[in-house]
Ligand binder design. Structure first.
Ligand code: NAI
Length: 497
């Protein structure tokens, strides 16, 4: 595999001169106090950092900047390319945009990495052996926000899965597994239903897994996979998923680990990466010095790995594990437990600092590693693409929505070049020979292909058809062309087709 290691090379350069520039936002609520604790620990552990503070969050929103981030802050992020961010409070109400989504999309942070581990018995967990990492695709899928209301009754959201996007995240998952000495990568999709989109993700997974024969790999359908993960999480190691499933499954994993408040998260792109805690700004306990800095500390530990300081990451992580083992805890994890020393945020950080250089005695020690996030894509042969037909979507609410009435009307408009092969409603075939029991909305997909002997259709043929539909008073709301790629069907069949 050829990998572009520009990020690592840049880090190397900075290492020679000493400190790595890092953009830091102290956030809202408990943000400033947990960030202070984490910065203190980074310094105590010997992290070589050059901190550039920026302001994001509530105060920025309140100044009328709806993105929650000032224009100058982007310059800092673009130049340091590493962002350690405390939680922020997203104001409720119209017009405010989620800062995380903005940063993720603007800076191309394609991978969301969330380790979920239990620290039983030091933090009680129903799954004592759980130790998995969710690697979620972060940019594609239904999160492109491409949504349309097309008829009175129907709205749609476009789910986009791409080959390069899938390849990048899947390769990242395998590289992560290899670097961290993890044994297996599991892919979860719903490709038994979404054969084109999830099917592509699964296919790319099958291609890439052949390059990582040192790592076990398997694929599960997302529903049974999630059920299994929720009941037997110890069976999973690294899990790679498309965006929406990853969003849900990473929360399931964090919740059942029993330590959601301790978890950190990385959003990694080719050029920039952002590190944070999984939890929010906890305004209910802000300013009381009781917050647990561990989630943000885990984010900072992942940051140290990313910038090429895995030695410091490991030292900090091991000291933190030892602190847990010795029963020094903040109130949120100490609840209901005897023989523990309950401390505030600042004292917890001091307790971790006191144990720097020590390793845990019972919990698995930390293993830190650098993972490249910049890969050359596999070359793929350009496929021959041919137009085979067109799906015309209509907004039609006449004649008691009788599909046979619509079918007869369309048959009369087809002409010599194109023929109607079916009409579906919500994906179910209703013409020809539909079932009277099928419920029909006002949203109809009408599939046309070339008539026998007419040759392959062209865009002009399609435009001619649309012209006839329009003249007949039919409201076509969109079209989807039916292509084949190297002779393989590039569209799904209707249920019952
Ligand atoms: P939250 O995670 O802030 O708080 C949920 C509960 O967990 C609260 O009882 C809180 O006191 C407790 N908690 C959270 N972190 C803790 C810590 N480190 N130590 C001890 N206890 C802790 O979630 P909530 O209340 O739903 O959201 C509060 C604000 O945070 C909202 O404005 C939300 O939009 C924002 N938020 C920001 C995120 C980010 O910046 N990445 C992520 C999630 C929420």
């Amino acid at each position: 595999m050829s990998t572009d290691t520009s990020t690592n090379a840049d880090t190397e350069q900075v290492r020679d001169t000493g400190a790595v520039p890092v953009t830091v936002a102290r956030g809202d609520g408990i943000g400033p106090e947990i960030m202070d604790a984490v910065l203190f620990l980074l310094e105590e552990a010997g992290a070589r950092l050059d901190i550039e503070p920026i302001q994001v969050g509530r105060e920025v929103y309140e100044r009328g900047i709806t993105s929650g981030i000032e224009p100058e802050a982007w310059d800092s992020l673009r130049s340091t390319r590493v962002f350690l961010k405390a939680p922020i409070t997203t104001p409720q109400g119209k017009g405010y945009k989620s800062l995380n989504v903005t940063i993720r999309k603007t800076l191309g942070l394609f991978a969301n990495v969330r380790p979920s581990r239990s620290y039983h018995p030091f933090v009680p967990s129903p799954h004592p052996d759980m130790d998995l990492v969710i690697v979620r695709e972060n940019e594609e899928d239904t999160y492109g926000g491409i949504e349309h209301r097309q008829t009175q009754e129907v709205a749609q959201c476009l789910k986009l899965i791409t080959r390069p996007g899938s390849e990048r995240i899947i390769r990242y998952a395998f590289e992560y597994a290899r670097a961290h000495g993890r044994k297996a990568v599991t892919c979860l999709t719903k490709d038994n239903i979404m054969k084109m989109t999830d099917g592509l993700f699964h296919r790319v997974f099958d291609e890439i897994r052949t390059e990582y024969t040192d790592i076990e790999s398997d694929h599960w359908i997302i529903d049974i996979g999630t059920a299994r993960l929720a009941t037997r999480p110890a069976d999973f190691d690294v899990v790679v998923l498309p965006n929406l499933y990853g969003d849900i499954v990473s929360d399931v994993a964090a919740e059942i680990s029993g330590s959601v408040g301790l978890a950190g998260s990385a959003n990694v792109g080719e050029k920039v990466a952002m590190f944070e805690a999984v939890h929010g700004s906890a305004p209910d306990i802000a300013g009381q010095d009781v917050a647990n800095p561990s989630g943000l500390l885990h984010g900072a530990i992942m940051m140290l790995e990313h910038i090429g300081q895995p030695d410091v990451a490991e030292t900090l992580h091991n000291a933190w594990l030892r602190t847990l083992e010795e029963g020094v805890l903040t109130a949120d994890v100490a609840r209901g437990r005897d023989s523990v020393e309950v401390v505030g945020c600042r004292d917890f950080a001091r307790a971790v600092a006191d144990r720097l250089g020590k390793k845990p005695q019972e919990l698995r020690p930390a293993r830190a590693a650098e993972v490249s996030s910049s890969y050359a894509l596999k070359p793929v042969k350009k496929a021959t693409k041919a137009l085979h037909g067109v799906d015309v979507f209509l907004d039609w609410d006449e004649s008691d929505r009788d599909p046979d009435v619509l079918g007869a009307r369309l048959e009369a408009l087809t002409g010599p070049d194109m023929k109607l092969v079916m009409i579906t409603n919500r994906g179910v075939k209703v013409y020809p020979e539909g079932f009277p029991e099928t419920f029909c909305t006002d949203h109809w997909r009408c599939r046309f292909v070339a008539s026998e002997g007419a040759g392959a259709p062209s865009h002009k043929t399609v435009l001619g058809l649309l012209d006839r539909l329009q003249e007949d008073g039919l409201d076509f709301i969109k079209t989807e062309h039916l292509y084949t790629f190297d002779g393989q069907r590039g569209y799904s069949l209707g249920q019952g087709e």
